[in-house]
Design a protein around this ligand. Structure first.
Ligand code: 5AD
Ligand code: SF4
Length: 518
């Protein structure tokens, strides 16, 4: 940015003084918005999002902050509140990286923030309610500090109904953008800082892959690495294929380079991210899949490589064969089943039966006898009978899941399941969830109890969330272990003897002498 541009920027900043901004809020009357609706505003469109083109996604390596926004954040602070899955957590790291390249510093104190973004989740209604509650709280901050920029991004922004609700009921929001145009954050910030109207930039269709986005990663031990974006599965209950767009895989060499770079920086674990990682590579048409990628990552000097989330339908033999080789491949597979009943699976659009799922589990168990299996389950899908629910319970027992994320079905706008009539009462759904959780807890506790007296390898993450005097970390089988040790072991993989098993975690003590580790 040259002298002239700097002067221009400071003049614009002066103009957007408190008074000016209060004026901006006042200007946002409903009449203005109705006019805005009818003229410039294009809502994100679910039907457009569903139309998937064959056209190859383009990959760009030329991201840069526009010159006039290079220093826009100097002396200013940003805060991003993240809801939902690891994909969102990682998107937050990218947005944080962009803010920091613009000169912003991060803060966790909302009172001192110059910009607050809510990176939202749309997967279930309660996730959305939390965000709307938070938007309500933010209003008072905006009144206190009219220069504050408030933005909503992430999956909820991709929903037409959400954008319309914000436009009508929360006009003090400055900026709404979706999941496909995070790389435009500098331009969007500029429009939000200096424009008069709420900036809405939500794309119905996914964009290209932008490779060289900056990332301000949380911590220096574990890192997330996107391997693909979007989902083409269209399970009938799920909003993700609409909010995240069609499946787009990153090129293998870009992923491998990123993992190598993380290894060189001293990271100990990477988690490969995608909504359906087992589809990785299909859109590239180069006969290369997740198994091939994992096999290449095996030779990188990083102790642990995980991936999430899997879809049983695409989990192929090649991947099982590579995971069985061990090394930095971990003994834990998260394999969402959703239901144990074939008819329900069919209506869910999962494209596998109970038997096919159990066959896959047998294959995995044969190749990786000690592996931990965990899952996701939805109860109370429209018209699910007690018998069908019993099939879910029996499958949980048969597989021996050691943990599960369990949910009550939540109808999502414009998904096929939301149009189905439902004869299951909320009381019944809650009761099923309760019964399922009781079984899962029991299985988790049983699996934990087997570790008492054993020595396990723990990647030490840092202080335990509940007790700062204790350190915490995970085993290769994804068991949380708490133990006392000097801070010097943080970031290392150390042997720990398990002294006590709890339902969801293990207590242990550091093994000082050299012992053989399980
Ligand atoms: N209602 C309840 N749970 C859902 N999930 C996805 N969509 C819904 C919905 N509409 C669950 C699935 C998925 C996990 C991430 O969230 O179990 O695997
Ligand atoms: Fe949603 Fe199914 Fe895609 Fe998972 S695989 S993100 S549940 S549509």
């Amino acid at each position: 940015m040259n002298e002239e541009q700097r002067n221009e920027l400071s003049q614009i900043r002066e103009k957007s003084s408190d008074e000016g901004n209060l004026e901006r809020i006042k200007q946002k009357t409903s009449e203005d918005f109705m006019q805005y609706f009818q003229t410039t505003y294009q809502p994100p469109n679910m039907r457009d999002a569903q139309r998937r083109k064959k056209k190859d996604t383009e990959v760009h390596y030329d991201f840069s902050i526009p010159e006039d926004m290079n220093l826009a954040g100097q002396g200013k602070k940003y805060m991003i509140r993240t809801y939902g899955c690891q994909m969102n957590e990682h998107d937050t790291e990218v947005m944080a990286g962009i803010f920091e390249e613009m000169g912003y510093e991060s803060t966790s104190n909302q009172k001192e923030a110059d910009v607050i973004l809510l990176n939202t989740c749309a997967i279930r209604e309660n996730a959305e309610n939390k965000v709307f509650g938070e938007i309500g709280h933010l209003k008072s901050l905006k009144v206190e500090n009219p220069n504050l920029i408030l933005g909503i991004c992430g999956c909820m922004s991709q929903e037409e109904s959400v954008v319309n609700r914000i436009l009508k009921k929360h006009p003090f929001i400055d900026l709404i953008f979706g999941t496909h145009n995070i790389h435009r954050l500098p331009q969007l910030m500029k429009e939000a800082m200096f424009g008069k109207e709420m900036v809405v930039d939500v794309w119905s269709k996914e964009g290209d892959i932008i490779e060289n986005l900056p990332r301000a990663r949380k911590g220096n031990i574990k890192a997330w690495v996107n391997i693909m974006y979007g989902c083409d599965k269209f399970c009938t209950y799920c909003i993700v294929p609409y909010t995240r767009g069609k499946e787009r895989s990153r090129m293998p060499q870009d992923i491998i380079q990123e993992v190598r770079h993380l290894a060189a920086q001293g990271y100990k674990e990477v988690t490969l991210l995608g909504q359906n990682v087992n589809s990785y590579g299909k859109d590239l048409n180069i006969g290369y899949g997740l198994g091939d990628l994992m096999d290449e990552l095996r030779s990188i000097d990083i102790p642990r490589v995980r991936f999430t989330t899997s879809h049983p339908r695409d989990f192929d033999d090649r991947l099982v064969e590579v995971l069985a080789k061990g090394g930095n491949m971990l003994d834990h597979i998260h394999l969402p089943v959703q239901s144990g009943n074939t008819d329900v699976l069919k209506i869910m659009g999962r494209k596998y039966s109970r038997e096919e799922y159990l066959d896959l589990v047998r294959k995995i168990r044969l190749a990786m006898p000690g592996a931990t299996l965990t899952t996701d389950i939805i109860v109370g899908f429209p018209n699910e009978t007690e018998e069908q629910f019993q099939d879910t319970l029996s499958l949980v027992e048969e597989v021996g899941f050691e943990a599960a994320y369990t949910f009550i079905y939540s109808p999502r706008d414009n998904t096929p399941a939301a149009k189905m009539k439902d004869n299951v009462s909320m009381e019944e759904k809650k009761d099923r969830l309760h019964r399922l959780n009781k079984l899962v807890n029991q299985q988790s506790a049983d699996a934990m109890s087997k570790y008492e007296g054993e020595v396990v390898d723990v990647l030490v993450q840092g202080e335990s969330k509940n007790n700062p005097d204790v350190l915490a970390g995970y085993t290769k089988r994804n068991k949380l272990v708490n133990f006392r040790a000097p801070d010097a072991v943080i970031g290392k993989i150390v042997p720990v003897r398990i002294t006590k098993a709890k339902t969801w975690s293990l207590d242990g003590e550091l093994v000082e002498e050299k012992v053989e580790v399980k």
